[in-house]
Ligand binder design. Structure first.
Ligand SMILES: [Zn+2]
Length: 308
């Protein structure tokens, strides 16, 4: 199957021209990673007090590693969505100990668990609404803690914009840094190695289940991963492999690892999903809503990913 040489999108998902590029890649100028890094570092140096969204995944740990190099006052906050793998919690605690930053956990977990249940029951990805809920909480917390900047581990939206305006603005600290560079940062500064759970995620237990439910053979993550490749963060050859939905065996293992730590209601929801996937009684996507899930439909415009 032909694939776009820059973003890895297969021809089943994009029109690929004789030059080997998909339409979006042909329209998108190559990213200037060095300029983006300079802008990120300038924003960090200008900040006095930073609220850092820490989720124990590779991207947020890398953002923390970078932030502590430039900012004295860092408050790390973990929004407890109920969906974090116990290993992600362990890495948060470890990172806190190494960096000695202030760390708080913000929780209205029930609302997130309800969101996951409602979306997954309808075979819809919860990622977009979950990201927005997290962002609202971060903004509120930033005002309460007098932070003049929120830092997240995201690199989206793509393009040149590293700062999202707002009160306070959100800095997407991984703009201009490849996955390899993020791993190096986390290893150097925090001494932590971050394995993936499934797909690209290294912290969220819900995402692999949402991906497995999706009718697309490459799941709802494809567009986002292609955008990451387009902007030089991951290799185009890896896109379709990473986007492939996890197998029931992998989901079963994840549930075994994380199950005892999850809110009981979320654990039940994920067990239901697994049962539906393995019993073949999958009711099909969407219930009348558009098939395209939020993360993928937003990806080309550049969406924010909640969990780093
Ligand atoms: Zn492309």
């Amino acid at each position: 199957m032909r694939k776009c040489v820059r973003c890895g999108l297969p021809e089943t998902h994009a029109r690929i021209g004789p030059d080997g590029l998909c339409t979006t890649c042909r329209r998108t100028p190559p990213p200037d990673h060095r300029a983006m890094k300079r802008r990120v570092e300038r924003a960090l140096r200008n900040a006095e007090r930073v609220l850092l969204a820490l989720s124990g995944g590779l991207d947020s740990l890398a953002a923390l590693a970078l932030t502590v190099r430039h900012v004295d006052e860092v408050v790390a906050v973990t929004v407890d969505t109920g969906s974090l793998h116990p290993e992600a919690w362990r890495r948060c605690a470890l990172a806190r100990r190494v960096t000695e930053v202030e760390w708080t956990v913000a929780g209205d977990t029930d609302n997130f668990v309800r969101l996951f249940r409602d979306r997954l029951r309808r075979n819809l990805s919860p990622c977009g609404p979950c990201s927005r809920m997290i962002r609202r909480r971060l903004r509120k917390l930033a005002r309460e803690t007098d932070a003049d900047l929120i830092v997240t581990g995201h690199e989206l939206p793509h393009g040149d914009r590293v700062l999202m305006p707002g009160d306070p603005p959100i800095l997407r600290a991984m703009c201009g840094r490849t996955e390899r560079e993020r791993r190096e940062l986390v290893r150097e500064e925090l001494g932590i190695d971050v394995p993936k759970l499934a797909g690209y995620t290294s912290n969220c237990v819900v995402l692999p289940f949402a991906t497995a439910l999706h009718p697309d053979p490459y799941g709802p993550e494809l567009e986002r991963l292609a955008a990451m490749a387009r902007y030089g963060y991951i290799d185009p050859e890896d896109v379709t492999r990473i986007a492939e939905p996890p197998t029931p065996d992998l989901l079963r293992r994840l549930l075994g690892e994380a199950g005892p730590w999850l809110p009981p209601e979320l654990k039940r929801t994920l067990e239901e999903v697994l049962n539906r996937l393995t019993s073949g009684s999958d009711p099909g996507p969407g219930n009348g809503e558009p098939r395209t899930s939020e993360p993928s439909s937003d990806a080309s415009r550049g969406r924010s990913k909640a969990a780093g």
